[in-house]
Design a protein around this ligand. Sequence first.
Ligand code: ZN
Length: 460
Amino acid sequence: MINKFSQKTILTLALACLGSAIVFVLFAVFFSYDSSQSSEKNAKVHTDQPHESSQISLATSPQGVKTYSTPTPEHLKNNQQTIIEQTISVSSGDSLSTVLSDMGISQQDVYRVANARDANSELLRIRPGQDLSIKMELPSGKLTELLYVQSKLKRSLYKRQKDGQFSFVVLLTQPETKRIYKEVTITNSIFRDGIDAGIPQSVLIQLTQIFAWDIDFATDLRKGDSFSLLYEENELEGEVIGAGNILAANFINAGRSFQTIRYDDANNFNYYTPDGLSMRKAFIRSPVDFTRISSKFNPNRLHPIFKTTQPHQGVDYAAKSGTPVKAAGAGTVIYAGELKGYGNTVILEHGQGYSTLYAHLQGFKKGLKANNFVEQGDTIAYVGQTGWATGPHLHFEFRINGIHKDPITVSIPHDAPMSKNVLKRYLPYARTTMTELSSHYSKNFSQQYTAVLKRQRSRS
Ligand SMILES: [Zn+2]
């Protein structure tokens, strides 16, 4: 179970725990405490094994029983129960056992706290830089409380129960989430200009991933392209502790505008166009990492020697032999073998009349055969120059209802449409979000966007 606590709640909890610990101590002292053994042990622990980074605090419990910075022989002699607190920062090479032993905790208590119920043994995964704070009762040497500070946002509190086992609760601090607006005109590169504008790199990576289906960032970007975006930034006590998600963006590339909105529905999030179409497309336009396009789609290509029409029904992507070839879309293998001229060839059928063909392959992905189902992006084969090919390249064909289309320009359908119910909830949200985004547009960006809209309208 996960609970959210404010600092105040934690403090109250800590004090309450301290109180109950003291009651427990009193029981222990009166009924079962063997003073000579334990005091010797604890005196030894705290004199012989001081830890450099430990802090021992002086505090007063709610009951007015003093807790002392260090146990003194005087206290121990008088059987006066004392709670000491220490905090240690985990260093590299530390284990839970070594850290807690350094603080004077018995191996039995180390075992008990590490195995606290429902704690998922997370204490065994302590990392350098994290803090462990303990409260230990003297002179019994019992660990009464352990606070494991995993990060600024997450702490776990382990408290000793009457039966000696430890309870466990996660304390989460919610950062303050702010919505940040940025606008960038590209002069160098998306990353250089974006970082200059103060956008975290992780947000820029998100941006290129979201628009990867519409914009080839390696080849399509032009000087003067611009984008505006709204994203989340997490702050804790005024300090930025990390960038969150892109909420909305408008990317103007080569006189076209692409807009996106993040939408979460039933624990699934995705990026959509303002109309509710997925930003993802059903097909990858170029299913190989290529070095250059060596031959374009050309239905009227004249043979250089015979001067007859010899259509080039696909695109040739030059790439090193052995470069993986990916399935352009999810589908079924309907052919994997040799074809005259094409050499080693794979044909995939994607449903709704779509099929793709990959030729001149060096070889197939191990085990690939007809009737296999493949996901978009799965490696299906490797670039080669089998068949009639003068150099290693992938010959890629894209057909709709058997008719060859230019893979570079064909209009590619969007992936996985929203259900009608989701769309109904999405559309009002999309409108509000786009209104919020556009309310921030600079005059310059507004003008650029208006010009794009005008051009798009006159085209249609
Ligand atoms: Zn070709």
